[in-house]
Design a protein around this ligand. Structure first.
Ligand code: ZN
Length: 393
């Protein structure tokens, strides 16, 4: 609390120093003009007495009396925003914008700050309005485009996001091809959900033309083909994922196995899964192998595969799968092993934490695999590996 108060006080103190310095510099200024207006002291006093709203009114009076305090005013608004007091920040910046005599440059600056206030407060429509207005100002255009890109991404307005990203690429020389490809993948995903396969295909083609090696776009291209019943074509797309990035094998394993199974190639599907697991040992692959082997060949066959793999690559998550398989065999045989059940539940409690995915950029942990980090909004920042494997590697 004390710290916050001093933090808040730092600005008025700077304000005072600036004011006095200005008074010394201007020798022509009359003595009474050089003095601080009463409103300033009232504002400072109110701030000290923890009455920030009344203090803001007093400081607004100061700006009316002396337009040269605009920058300090901006700083006060920004300080409120950083403290999370968005309504106060908005009041200060709105007041500045409403001043008829505000120079163009400072008007744009105030509009930028107001947009940031709204963005931080989650009032995205108002933030968008502010930044769209700023696009006309060449000094603020790129910042406005970047802010709009952020807003459109939060609002899932993917086509608008593509538009802003392309403008930043052509005008500011920035590279956004990975993000643009993902925006199209989001569109393809939405279209796929509503069975609009032509729309989905169009979006995937656009995603691949933005980024030819996009794993996500290749996976989606396969999904669209599989939904059409064109399993060979689907397998073709997914094999390109296998060739381009073996790391992403766990993301296509279920798809590949099911497409083969749908064509009556159960043995080939199980072979492919085993080969994939040898090429790219991973908990997620082991899961797919365990589930599909259980479904197609029974619990005993699954247990044998898991036992072999846990010997090769011991991990707690793998061992948990092994216990589950043994319990399933017991259930099939009408046997009950209370100790094994207890051990399995103890192990599950412990492995829950190890089963998360982790963003390589900010460390944000998630149960589900994400293409876009919920913590830092980076694309492709999640390795498709569980925490336990990441920490061993
Ligand atoms: Zn992150």
């Amino acid at each position: 609390m004390e710290f916050e108060l001093w933090y808040l006080l730092s600005l008025p103190l700077l304000f005072t120093v600036g004011w006095i310095a200005r008074g010394f510099e201007s020798s022509v200024r009359e003595t009474d003009n050089a003095a601080l207006p009463r409103s300033y002291f009232r504002g400072l006093n109110l701030l000290l007495n923890d009455q920030p709203d009344k203090a803001i009114d007093a400081f607004i009076e100061v700006v009316k009396l002396d337009p040269e305090t605009i920058e300090l005013h901006q700083a006060l608004g920004n300080l409120f925003r950083r403290r999370g007091e968005f309504d106060r920040a908005v009041r200060i910046h709105t007041h500045l914008l409403n001043r008829a005599d505000l120079p163009a440059r400072q008007r744009s600056q105030a509009l930028d700050e107001l947009g940031q206030d709204y963005l931080k407060a989650g009032l995205l429509d108002r933030a968008e309005d502010a930044f769209v207005r700023l696009l006309q100002d060449r000094h603020h255009r790129f910042d406005a485009l970047r802010a709009l890109l952020r807003i459109y991404q939060i609002e899932r307005e993917w086509l608008k996001a593509v538009d802003s990203a392309r403008q930043l690429e052509s005008e500011a020389g920035e590279s956004h091809h990975v993000a643009i490809s993902h925006y199209y993948c989001e569109l393809a995903n939405d279209a796929l959900m509503r069975d609009a396969l032509d729309d989905a295909q169009q979006a995937v083609d656009a995603a691949l033309s933005a980024n030819r090696s996009s794993v996500r776009a290749l996976i989606l291209a396969g999904d669209i083909a599989a939904k059409r019943g064109a399993f060979d074509e689907a397998l073709g797309h997914w094999r390109r994922v296998e060739d381009a990035s073996a790391e992403h094998l766990p993301l296509i394993a279920t798809r590949v196995a099911d497409a083969m199974f749908a064509q009556g190639q159960t043995e080939q599907a199980l072979d492919w899964l085993k080969r994939a697991m040898v090429a790219m040992p991973s908990i997620d692959l082991l899961d797919v192998v365990a589930k599909r082997t259980t479904a197609w060949r029974g619990a005993a066959a699954a247990e044998a595969v898991i036992a072999e793999e846990t010997q090769r690559h011991p991990s707690l998550l793998g061992f948990e799968r092994l216990l589950e398989a043994r319990l399933a065999i017991n259930r099939e045989n009408g046997k009950e092993d209370v100790e094994l059940q207890l051990l399995n539940s103890l192990l599950s409690n412990h492995t829950q934490k190890l089963a998360r995915y982790r963003c390589a950029k900010c460390g944000f942990r998630a149960r589900e695999y994400h293409w876009n980090c919920p913590g830092c909004s980076t694309w492709d920042s999640y390795p498709p590996r569980r925490l336990e494997e990441l920490d061993i590697a």
